[in-house]
Design a protein around this ligand. Structure first.
Ligand code: 5GP
Ligand code: MG
Ligand code: MG
Length: 187
């Protein structure tokens, strides 16, 4: 499918979204990832799955429902992209976790690892809180854009350097509700 988007403001160009990863492929990959996560954390009853807002909200929802484990869910919001397409190097915590993670097993769930700054800094910060285990999973990885030596422990799909939306991921806060991952093409 292709979605035609007519923007609300003249400042923004119109664009189309071309499907890159189908909803079906995403679901199949998440089933596989969940099996790996399940094995990794099966001996713990203290897992907290931490979603990085807002882009990971659909991914985390689908992922945790494939886990047959006692699991808690918490969220963290870190700023990286604003409403545009430029990555910023400085990562700030806009919304911290509600719960403590000391002595807990933590799985950080990210939508995309791009330059790597966000995940790198979030992992560093969470490590200072002394979790018993700290792992990360990203739905998408754009390795060609990397600026720091950082990689999620598990990745859904490696993609080329394209600006993508859908399945929780936005462009100017829109398109998070698309069931598939698509790339933005300006018209
Ligand atoms: P990093 O700090 O690794 O450069 O950036 C990670 C964050 O940048 C992601 O969590 C995501 O919010 C944003 N990002 C990176 N690539 C894209 C993209 O193609 N589309 C959108 N909407 N956000 C992206
Ligand atoms: Mg993000
Ligand atoms: Mg964003």
């Amino acid at each position: 499918p292709m979605t035609q988007v007519t923007t609300q403001t003249p400042a923004q160009p119109n664009y189309v979204i071309d499907e890159m990863i189908s909803a079906k492929s995403i679901a199949a990959r998440i089933e596989d990832l969940a099996k790996i996560i399940q094995t990794e954390f099966q001996d713990t009853n203290k897992l907290i799955v931490v979603g990085l807002l807002r882009g990971s909200f659909v991914f985390i929802a689908d992922l945790v429902r494939e886990l047959d484990l006692p699991v808690e869910v918490d969220f963290l919001e870190a700023s990286s992209y604003g409403d545009g397409m430029e990555s910023s190097r400085e990562v700030r915590i806009l919304k911290d976790l509600r719960g403590q993670i000391e002595g807990r097993d933590v799985l950080v769930v990210e939508d995309i690892v791009d330059t790597g700054h966000t995940l790198h800094q979030v992992i560093d910060m969470l490590n200072t809180r002394k979790p018993s285990k700290l792992k990360s999973i990203a739905l998408l990885d754009k390795p060609t854009r990397r600026e720091v030596d950082m990689k999620a422990d598990w990745t859904g799909f490696v993609i080329p350097d394209e600006f993508v939306v859908g399945y929780g991921i936005d462009y100017a806060q829109r398109n998070r509700n698309l069931p598939y991952i698509g790339k933005v093409r300006f018209t």
